[in-house]
Design a protein around this ligand. Structure first.
Ligand code: ATP
Ligand code: MG
Length: 331
């Protein structure tokens, strides 16, 4: 065993080799902007972990520090117990990386580009064809990279992160430019990768996507983690209301507002919308008053929780000395 291998066989102090990713007190500043502010988190092997947060919150900076592409000012990262910084060539084949601004080999076709990436990692020709197919690029394989549409280039970037079968996959807004079918097709690819036991770190602004895919999410605001939990627990613990939608003309606004448990009544998109935190009770009352034909219900979603949390944090920031009443559910 070489000296380097011997050194790497001993994980850095304080790390858990069973974790896929450990981030320990990481901070990063650009001028007077604190992009990442003392973030700690742990991602388990096989976990699908989402990072959510407003534009400029620090998600890409944090992910790129995890990937070993940017250097933290302080704190440390361990991937499978090893530091990705400085460039760690034993880790590289185990990582799949799609950054928010992907670069491609110029004057190559989609297929040639992916073959070149695959060759760097010793992945097979079969893997190239299968990966190109999994992102729906087979019929565009002979098109030059610079002639692909934005969404097709994004698919190629995703394929480039997956072609060598990495254990730990980082995807930074992979569905940003994808059409709805391609987005759903990617969900299936990612579910397959998760079923194979791979770990996925994922950023997105699509809250439905985070809710459908992620085991756990962290919401980052101003460089700090505001909350970490499963989408289910976050929705469950939230006070965001459910909505009952009634066709117009069945009840008037006063009648609806008088139902016990109804917090707010509005008219939206041709429906009378009743907001409530006790939907069972309100549904029974509506049933007694008009019947349930044509009544739709929508329970609180992760999007409601996200909007509620980020709005409260923004209000707290505007109040001198104010603090948001968030539940820190650090796992
Ligand atoms: N290379 C850089 N030089 C200077 N400032 C930077 C650099 N990279 C990021 N920043 C700043 O750091 C902050 C966090 O940026 P980052 O790209 O991490 O946000 P993000 O959460 O990924 O946002 P988005 O959702 O828009 O992708 C922003 O204020 C950004 O302007
Ligand atoms: Mg980003």
């Amino acid at each position: 065993m070489s000296e380097v291998q011997a050194m790497r066989a001993t994980p850095p102090e304080g790390t858990t080799p069973s974790a896929a990713v450990q981030v320990m007190g990481v901070s990063k500043r650009y001028g007077d902007r604190q992009a990442v502010d003392d973030v700690s988190l742990e991602i388990r092997r096989g976990e699908f972990f989402g990072l959510l947060g407003p534009n400029g919150a620090g998600k890409s900076t944090l992910v790129e520090i995890m990937e070993g592409l940017r250097r933290a000012d302080s704190g440390s990262v361990a991937l499978f117990g090893e530091s990705p910084w400085p460039r760690n060539t034993t880790l590289l084949p185990r990582l799949g990386v799609q950054t928010q601004s992907s670069a491609f080999f110029v004057r190559q076709t989609a297929h040639e580009h992916l073959r070149t990436v695959a060759a760097l990692f010793g992945a097979s020709r079969t893997a190239v064809d299968a990966t190109l197919d999994s992102v729906g690029l087979t019929e565009h394989r002979d098109i030059q990279v610079e002639s692909l549409s934005g969404g097709q280039r994004q698919r190629l970037a995703i394929a480039s992160a997956l072609v060598h079968g990495p254990e730990l996959i980082f995807l930074d807004e992979p569905t940003a430019a994808l059409d709805p079918q391609a987005r759903r097709a990617l969900w299936e690819v990612l579910r397959g990768l998760k079923a194979e036991g791979r770990t996925i770190v994922y950023t997105t602004h699509h809250l439905d996507e985070a809710e459908a895919l992620c085991d756990r999410i962290a919401i980052i605001v101003d460089g700090s983690i505001a909350v970490t939990d499963s989408p289910h627990n976050l929705v469950d613990a939230s006070e965001a209301p459910s909505r009952l939608m009634l066709p117009l003309g069945r009840l008037d606004e006063q009648q609806a507002a008088a139902i016990p448990g109804v917090d707010r009544v509005t008219v939206q998109g041709g429906s009378l919308v009743l907001e409530t935190r006790t939907s069972g009770r309100v549904l029974s009352a509506v049933d007694r008053l008009t019947g349930l034909d044509g009544v739709q219900t929508r329970s609180a979603s992760l999007e409601d929780v996200y909007l509620d949390l980020t709005a409260r944090l923004a209000r707290a920031r505007q109040t001198p000395g104010g603090h948001a009443e968030t539940t820190e559910q650090q796992a």
